[in-house]
Design a protein around this ligand. Structure first.
Ligand code: C2O
Ligand code: CU
Ligand code: CU
Length: 476
């Protein structure tokens, strides 16, 4: 595959604005939903999770008769599901066999800065490194892992490197009879020969949006449940740039958790917007026989140029609800866990997201900027103090939505402001990624507990790569 064709900063248009209009390859639908393979714990002692993750080229079979070269962790994409408990020590050896520098970033997890797979800490071609960290009490949540090397994150992720990391609580209030199913959404574009095309100029501007939204690597897989069943589902948007506005039809959805774990209480939901990198935990009640579906609704996230995908009405998952009653399950508790609201901030920050476009007769230069600057690995943008609560105001003055993400901690969104109207979020929640819509300002409270350098960026990975990222230096 062509791994070297992506520009780092900026980009040049002119050649491939129409390369988007290719014919999509058909993928089989309706196969039984595959559970993600579990990463085996090789530790002999309790309280320790020890394993190895090898990133290497692999071949996938998405379309009949067509081999697709991908990148995979331990041979699978999405990567193996990691399950560990609060209080565990984690030691994962990363073996980089993909032929270029990479890292593993533990998205959303409270790991020390030097274990977080930052672009400043690349793992060289052919090298191994151990990532080691402790999972604090209270850190149960739906996290994930993906590469974060300088200038190569977007391509390594869309070629297949991403997986889910669930931190479980020993005192989980959600009935075990609901199961616990992880659904990782990825976005696939296939050329006629089965290969994945490189990013085009349109992909760089808008973020890569593919032809097929996959669930655990499958298109519209099928799940069978008995009537009256309840299922706990963890939904992950692991796409580079696709906004998933989701609704269940024929079943009732309740939100029980977000990126950083459970809410205080369940909240009924007709629809959920999952921007790139966001997660949500749901309990689905299957109370009607027949077919229940998880589908997408139209969402206008802003788009530059031609080739905008029509996202409304895609069926991502089909559930056959049989007339045979399921084993009776206990009800969902009314309270899940307390969340302490972050207190009055000591410091306020303002981050303004903009896009710039400079045209010459032959060329176009794009910039995706925060406070007028493109990412520079040698520059610290913000200095903060460990343990101090800050108010961050994320201002989107650009023409498209940008999902804001910060490493090392979970934050609490307190306000969305648009056109002078201020809205409070409907519930208190721990988040590490929040969509900042076009023309919107999002205010959030943030506290970093550990010293070291942390990244913050737009999680449209092409934007991150083109400069929409900064460094936060947390001092002890
Ligand atoms: Cu999902 Cu900076 O990462
Ligand atoms: Cu992250
Ligand atoms: Cu962006």
């Amino acid at each position: 595959s062509n791994m070297d064709s992506m520009p780092g900063m900026g980009g040049h248009a002119g050649h491939d604005m129409s390369a988007m209009q290719q014919v999509a390859v058909a993928l089989p639908e309706g196969e039984a939903l595959r559970e993600l393979p579990l990463l085996a714990n090789e530790a002999g002692a309790p309280g320790l999770f020890k394993a190895r993750l090898t990133a290497e080229p692999a071949v996938a079979r998405f379309a009949e008769g067509k081999d697709t070269p991908i990148l995979a962790y331990n041979g699978t994409s999405p990567g193996p599901l990691i399950g560990a408990y609060e209080g565990d020590r984690v030691e994962i050896t990363f073996a980089n066999r993909i032929g270029e520098a990479s890292t593993i970033h533990w998205h959303g997890m409270p790991v020390p800065a030097d274990q977080d797979g930052n672009p400043m800490d690349p793992v060289a071609v052919g090298a191994d490194r151990v990532y080691a960290f402790d999972l604090p009490e209270g850190s149960a949540g739906s996290y994930w892992y993906h590469p974060h090397p300088h200038g190569r994150t977007a391509e390594q992720v869309y070629r297949g490197l991403a997986g889910a990391f669930v931190v479980k609580s020993k005192a989980d209030p959600v009935p075990a009879a609901y199961g616990d199913t992880v659904l990782v959404f990825t976005d696939l574009r296939l050329a006629g020969d089965g290969s994945m095309p490189d990013n085009t100029m349109t992909d760089l501007m808008n973020g890569r949006v593919g032809d097929h939204v996959l669930v655990n690597g499958q298109k519209n897989p099928r799940l069978v449940v008995g009537i009256g069943a309840k299922r706990r589902l963890r939904l992950y948007n692991a796409t580079n740039a696709r906004f998933l506005r989701l609704a269940f039809h024929g079943a009732a959805a309740t939100i029980i958790g977000t990126d950083g774990g459970l809410l205080e209480a369940p909240v009924a939901a007709d629809e959920i917007l999952l921007s790139p990198a966001e997660r949500v935990e749901l309990v689905i009640s299957f109370d009607k026989p027949g077919s229940a579906t998880l589908t997408t609704l139209a969402y206008d996230r802003g788009w530059m140029g031609a080739g905008r995908p029509a996202d409304a009405g895609l069926t991502l998952l089909t559930v056959d609800v049989s007339k045979n009653p399921a084993e009776p399950v206990p009800p969902l508790p009314e309270r899940l866990r307390p969340i302490a609201p972050l207190s009055v901030p000591a410091v306020g920050r303002r981050l303004v997201f903009t896009e710039t476009m400079t045209m010459t007769a032959t060329d176009m230069q794009m910039g995706f900027l925060i406070n007028g600057k493109a990412f520079d690995m040698a520059r610290v943008d913000i200095v903060a103090k460990a343990g101090q609560t800050e108010l961050w105001e994320i201002v989107n003055q650009a023409d498209m939505d940008h999902p804001f993400h910060v490493h090392g901690t979970q934050f609490q969104v307190i306000e969305h402001e648009r056109g002078g109207k201020v809205a409070k979020p409907p519930y208190l929640a721990w988040k590490d990624t929040v969509n900042v819509a076009r023309g919107e300002t999002v205010r959030l409270l943030l506290r970093q507990e550990r010293p070291g350098q942390r990244m913050y960026h737009c999680h449209i990975l092409e934007h991150e790569q083109l400069g929409m990222m900064g460094i936060l230096d947390v001092k002890a």
